[in-house]
Design a binder for this molecule. Structure first.
Ligand code: M3P
Ligand code: FE
Length: 309
């Protein structure tokens, strides 16, 4: 099998200020599918075309932001091996028991030098995408409610020590560097885009003094028209839009950034290209950061650099 190790982003647990207001937003406006609630009061969602039980979990708190971001790995033997590799590299891990997250097996959690909690897990109950596995139709009712992204695609995190974070993802977890923006010194990296797959990024990280910050979770749309329609739905519902619709120079992704009712930024995104691990990473110089963010407008929007949760 060509795909081994870390397979894909699997789940994000995000803090929201008012749970029921957030649930209404994520279900009716973003159009996620609610799949469960647990005895801690957390609410579980998936995107309509995802097959595992959950990918986006809301926890009520007095502060917005990201609790943790999880990656699904191939199997339990891979999970054991990656845990061992992390420990040998000098990273402490801890196991969270199966069932702590609904329909999810044991998770291996560790903290990045950027202050973010990352998890690896191998098991999550497959509930399907609402379309039969035999003679499936191309879509279903859940794909037509609200913005209705097909999957949780990637996250962009803000925090310190991204050179060390990069080493952990590349040297231990098998990711590769796809693109990067250099710092003002022309040498250090201000932001990096990493892939564990054929996707243009599975995680991105930008250097930022405060640890553990969330810039956005990104949701994949099937077409540019669906991104534009997402913009229509945002405006119909008075969702605060940050940037777009436009195209990132970095990744070539077509995008809208907007904020949920708690101030967590999210992205509706499509496109990009399909990199392979043998590709030379693409580099953006600091003076072209604006093109990297917003290619048509060549604008380094102030909010991109300063607003995180
Ligand atoms: C993305 C993304 C900049 C930002 C790029 C963003 C500054 O590629 O997916 O959010 O290049
Ligand atoms: Fe993004």
């Amino acid at each position: 099998m060509a795909m081994t190790g870390v397979l894909r982003p699997g789940h994000a647990q995000v803090r929201v200020l008012e749970l029921e207001k957030a649930v209404t937003f994520y279900r009716d406006v973003l159009g996620l599918v609610e799949t469960g609630r647990d005895d801690q009061g957390r609410v579980y969602f998936k995107c309509w075309d995802e097959r595992d039980h959950n990918s986006y979990i809301l926890r009520e708190s007095d502060q917005a932001g990201l609790d943790f971001f999880g990656f699904k790995v191939l199997d339990e033997a891979t999970l054991d091996q990656l845990e061992k590799d992390l420990n040998e590299y000098g990273i402490k891990t801890r196991r969270l028991p199966a069932g702590d997250l609904l329909e999810t097996g044991e998770r291996v959690r560790f903290t990045l030098p950027s202050g973010h909690d990352i998890e690896l897990y191998a098991t999550k109950t497959a509930v399907g995408n609402g379309i039969p596995a035999i003679n499936p139709g191309p879509w279903c009712a859940d794909s037509e409610r609200g913005i209705a992204p097909v999957r949780l695609d990637h996250t962009l995190l803000y925090g310190p020590n991204i050179a060390e974070v990069k080493k952990i993802f590349v040297d231990v977890l098998g990711f590769y560097l796809v693109e990067r923006v250099l710092g003002e010194d022309g040498d250090s990296e201000a932001a990096i885009w990493l892939s564990c797959s054929h996707k243009v990024h599975d995680i991105a990280i930008a250097e930022y003094p405060e640890p553990g910050k969330l810039h956005h979770c990104s949701f994949l749309m099937e077409s540019w028209e669906r991104v534009l329609r997402a913009g229509d739905i945002m405006s119909m519902n008075e969702v605060p839009v940050d940037i777009g619709p436009t195209r990132h120079g970095v990744t070539r992704g077509c995008t809208i950034y907007a904020w949920d009712p708690s101030g967590n930024r999210f992205e509706t995104f499509m496109g990009g290209y399909q990199p392979y691990p043998d590709y030379e990473p693409l580099t953006w110089t600091f003076d072209n950061f604006g093109q990297g963010l917003d290619y048509p407008q060549r604008k380094l929007h102030e909010t991109f650099l300063t607003v995180v949760s």
